[in-house]
Design a binder for this molecule. Structure first.
Ligand SMILES: *Cc1c(COP(=O)(O)O)cnc(C)c1O
Length: 417
């Protein structure tokens, strides 16, 4: 039977326009990146056709001889990359990886200590609108008012008072290194399990520019599409002790058939992340973030915690312009071809839909090959756009400069787009 002719399906025209948008605007969203052509090839492969419920060599359906090899290879590679005893590479996303750990070791109503959303934590760390906050009793810790770094004293006081079954470390908007060692000590003091959610920083860990939490934790969860630069997906690493519970939680507990095309792409990304070139990449992400922080700070923005030692910065807009909200900054910059997101700053007086801050990340522009000089250019472009808000010709001139900059750093020159 002939395939339907989808060549003139408008969806492909939309994909082409998105390709153009990614090529001609700046991607400064801290959780985004450009996956390699090899990662995309695996994602788009015939492995999408296969049902493989279960785990390698223990499947519910036949025909999984090759799939078993693929998933086993992905597990092996990621265990070597992070020094883990066991890996589950099936979670469809970072949120589902976290759900898998919770389901493996918690009962509904159990107490968990997690970072609050408005201080940089993730929705899955106990937000009341998320399954995590609805099913479990989360107690939140945050950053200090003085240096805006994780408040270990407050965390310890809460851990001793509340005796959580699990402590969740990791963040989605925190510009500093998170040292896993004191967290392990605290978990041991109160008899808690320790999970580190490295969704944002997995690539920095693999690249050797952030301490590896694996030796200290019971569970390490992460996304494969942020700094790790693989396909959109999640992963759980754990000690041997918890391997059976984690696997059972993911399947049959939460998911049905795994996305083996994505798992093949994860395997490709794990191999890419194990190379010396990836170490250079991770170091360049951090150098670029520090350069962008310095340049924006020189323009009058206040950096939450005073700077950045990872891949992202949190900008407090109020010192630059007290009337400028994160929402408006995001809209103006979008118009100028600069893509980033509004973000609350610690103890923000504005709502999460308005905010007083923006979050900026360097993983994607670093993949494109931009360096410290371009970070200064980007800071100038951001300032020009924000100062020129309301003035359409000023915004148009920034947009033209953005297009010119992006033209020099095409993410996929080999694809000819
Ligand atoms: C992005 C993120 C997640 C969720 O990942 P998804 O793939 O979007 O579900 C979980 N935890 C943290 C800390 C994150 O930053």
């Amino acid at each position: 039977m002939p395939w339907p002719n989808s060549a003139d399906d408008p969806v492909f025209e939309m994909i082409a326009r998105e390709e153009k948008r990614q090529n001609s605007t700046l991607q400064l969203i801290a959780s985004e990146n450009f996956a390699s052509p090899a990662v995309m090839a695996a994602t788009g492969s015939v492995l999408t056709n296969k049902y493989s419920e279960g785990y390698p060599y223990k499947r519910y359906y036949g025909g999984n001889m090759v799939i078993d090899e693929v998933e086993d290879e992905a597990r092996r590679r990621v265990c070597v990359l992070f020094g883990a005893a066991h890996a589950n590479v099936q979670p469809h996303a970072g949120a589902i990886a976290n759900m898998g750990v919770y389901q493996a070791v918690l009962q509904p109503g159990d107490t968990v200590l997690g970072m609050s959303l408005d201080h940089g934590g993730h929705l899955t760390h106990g937000s009341p609108v998320n399954f995590s906050g609805r099913q479990y009793r989360f107690v939140s810790y945050g950053v200090t008012a003085s240096d805006e770094r994780i408040d270990l004293d407050d965390m310890a006081a809460k851990a001793h008072a509340e005796k959580p079954k699990l402590i969740v470390a990791g963040a989605t908007a925190y510009p500093r290194i998170i040292n896993p060692q004191p967290l392990r000590e605290l978990a041991d003091e109160v008899g808690a399990l320790l999970m580190f959610d490295a969704a944002h920083i997995a690539g920095l860990i693999a690249g050797g520019v952030h301490p590896n939490p694996m030796p200290y934790v019971d569970f390490l969860t992460f996304t494969t599409h942020k700094t790790l630069r693989g396909p959109r997906g999640g992963c759980i690493l754990c000690t041997a002790e918890h391997s059976a519970a984690v696997d059972k939680a993911m399947f049959p507990g939460i998911q049905g058939g795994p996305l083996e095309n994505t798992i093949a792409a994860k395997a490709v990304a794990f191999a890419e992340a194990a190379t010396p070139q990836f170490q250079d990449y991770a170091a360049a992400i951090v150098a670029n973030s520090a350069a962008l922080a310095a340049a924006l700070s020189a323009h009058g923005f206040r950096l939450v915690s005073g700077g950045s030692d990872n891949h992202l910065l949190l900008i407090d807009l109020r010192t630059f312009d007290a009337d400028l909200t994160g929402k408006e900054a995001q809209a103006v910059l979008d118009e100028a071809g600069i893509s980033l997101n509004k973000n609350t700053i610690p103890d923000d007086l504005r709502s999460p839909f308005v905010t007083s801050g923006v979050r900026i990340g360097t993983p994607a522009v670093t993949t494109q090959g931009m360096g410290v000089a371009e970070m200064e250019t980007i800071a100038d472009l951001i300032v020009r756009a924000l100062r020129g808000r309301g003035d359409h010709s000023a915004i148009a001139s920034v947009k033209a400069a953005v297009v010119e900059l992006c033209d020099r750093f095409r993410p996929y020159p080999e694809l000819g787009v």
